[in-house]
Design a protein around this ligand. Structure first.
Ligand code: AVJ
Length: 322
């Protein structure tokens, strides 16, 4: 591992005790649930990369088309000397389109929960952009009140890059809180560049989250494997199955792990009972029309400057200013 960034590396990574306590809380609810961020351990992040290449999963392809086509326009709107902050940067594939076009960016701050993924992408970016000032932060971006203060101390124009429809994982209320909180660190002229999936027919959505190759099923089931390994859970993977559907009333795709039989599952010394057909809700993926999304962001005090869509109108990238 290269060490050029060690001096500025910030490690606020959550401990496995966080995983355990959040899972115990989630499984004690009437509708059992586990926060989607736990889907992205090393194996999960790798399976997610595969999802992004699936024919059935359109969002990544559509967003890349948008970035490829319009990164120049986006960079122009952002202007020179901006600090780019990316919560949940993952493998950091998308930010490259932007970094290539930006005029003298003052730095890049990727924030990622998975340390290995974060450090690997940082090493790659250092090779690719040797002049770029990179400050990797290993943290759960949904939990960190410290970050806006730390990063917010640096003055100058900041742009929060939030692609991939990651914002769709949050409920609208949580999304407004997130935008408001991160918006705190923006000075005037700063902004958000956000990718969000558009509303569309439920068959297309169903296919994207229940793909014919079973990769999304594998992604979802990996969570149980992780819990068995990391918090001593006793999930029998043969007794659960992947389920995904578009909940039109809520405007979101839901992903669940469904118990095929009545069963007991142990985590440490706590025993959880599952009825046949009972589910663990593992993820929401909210879909917004352009107007709905602009209105949501307005609640966080953000003004829509411009947005860009792909040629099939599947996905949208928005630029908001404070
Ligand atoms: C990374 C949250 C944007 O909601 O589309 C993909 C995650 N889950 N397939 C999404 C996901 C199942 C993805 N996000």
């Amino acid at each position: 591992m290269k060490t050029e960034f060690d001096s500025s590396y910030m490690d606020l990574a959550p401990q496995s005790s966080t995983l355990l306590s959040e899972v115990l809380v989630g499984l004690s609810k009437h509708q059992k649930s586990i926060p989607p961020k736990f889907l992205y351990d090393k194996a999960g992040s790798e399976i997610f990369e595969k999802i992004c290449d699936l024919r059935d999963y359109y969002p990544t392809r559509a967003e890349k088309e948008i970035l490829q086509t319009y990164a120049g326009e986006m960079a122009e709107m952002i202007g020179p000397g901006a600090l780019i902050i990316e919560p949940g940067s993952g493998a950091g594939e998308k930010v490259r389109y932007l970094l290539k076009e930006l005029q003298d960016p003052s730095g890049f701050v990727p924030i990622e929960i998975e340390r290995e993924i974060l450090l690997r992408m940082t090493s790659e970016l250092i090779e690719e952009f040797p002049d770029l000032n990179i400050t990797p932060v290993c943290a759960d971006f949904t939990q960190m009140l410290q970050l806006p203060i730390t990063v917010g101390m640096k003055n100058g124009k900041k742009v929060i890059f939030f692609p991939g429809s990651t914002i769709g994982n949050l409920s609208p209320e949580e999304a407004i809180d997130f935008l408001t909180q991160y918006g705190e660190m923006l000075s005037t002229g700063g902004g958000f560049l956000i990718g969000a999936d558009l509303k569309k027919d439920s068959a297309t959505l169903k296919r994207a989250y229940d793909d014919s190759e079973g990769v999304t099923a594998e992604f979802n089931m990996n969570l149980l494997r992780r819990l068995n390994r990391e918090v001593g859970a006793s999930f029998d993977l043969n007794n659960f199955e992947h389920e995904a559907f578009y909940n039109e009333d809520m405007g979101r795709v839901e992903m669940h792990l469904k118990s095929k039989v009545p069963q007991l599952v142990r985590i440490n010394r706590t025993v959880f009972r599952f009825n046949e057909g009972e589910t663990i809700h593992t993820e929401n993926s909210y879909k917004y029309s352009e107007d709905e999304f602009a209105e949501l962001c307005a609640h966080a005090g953000l003004v829509l400057r411009k947005c860009w869509k792909d040629s099939k109108n599947l996905f949208c990238v928005y630029y908001f200013e404070k």
